[in-house]
Ligand binder design. Sequence first.
Ligand code: BDR
Ligand code: CA
Length: 310
Amino acid sequence: MGRRRVLLDVDTGVDDALALMLAIRSPELEVLGITTVSGNVPVARSTANTLLALEMLGASTIPVVAGAAAPLARALFTAAEVHGSDGLGDVTHRYPAPLRQATRGAAEFLLQMIHRHPGGLTLIATGPLTNVATAIQRDAGAMRRLQGLTVMGGAIRVSGNVGPTTEFNFAVDPEAAAIVLGAGLPLTLVPLDVTEQVILSRKMVDEAGSAGTLQGFIREMTAVTMAFHRDHEGFDGMFLHDPLAVGVVVDPSLVRGQPMAVAIERRGELTAGMAVADLRRRSQAAPTATVCVEVEAARFLRLFQERVLQ
Ligand code: BDR
Ligand code: CA
């Protein structure tokens, strides 16, 4: 079987940067382009972070296209306390500014790429779904010609991470998440239920030592996020939310998926952005996504370690 052609839509972010590294270092994948969105940081910053991560990977020829600055219907809130004020652990000032600039028009780029590779493209989205929803609003038929859409987002049977029931990516842009969940796309959801099972420990990063420039960059850029997890989650490391979404595309056997009818709450005062799964035994609702409910965490961590940390 040939390599799977993928696009990534990211709000780079420490774990998005690690996801890009895993994608580009996975021989099963061919990364044809990357679109950026506001989320962890505003889009100008997530774009600059994406360009920097690609330079660190020696992958500067992959097209990067900047997308939405704000969610579809609300003001942006970011996650600087988790990722650092620059989104990459406050270390970007130590690295040269990226040599190239991104182009603009993420939704158009996604649609153009699907027209070029109908039925043969998988989109991995690891930020708020603003760009993906915009592409659906422009041409839902084209988006249905994706081979697959894998989304990191939601909390099904576990607590949220920004609110009691809400996960960050869906909470930032609930309207976009609702459009994506309702579009009838071949959607795989990678929620907190599984991403919080995969933890990159500080020890693993320290052991990678100075294997190369990339490993030094990883050690520096993960320090703020790991300190946040130490203070708020009680372990010295970080969840590999976005890298797991890439892992699921690299090797679907890492997870067990369950078809579910999932909808997105938009009006709740406490619950806007909540992923509501109809888990009733007598539910007649048609599934809207395959939800990852179990993960072989140790096997995924080995894959990540071999490909990114060595
Ligand atoms: C998601 O939120 C972001 O902060 C991370 O990059 C990840 O995509 C986890 O809830
Ligand atoms: Ca992200």
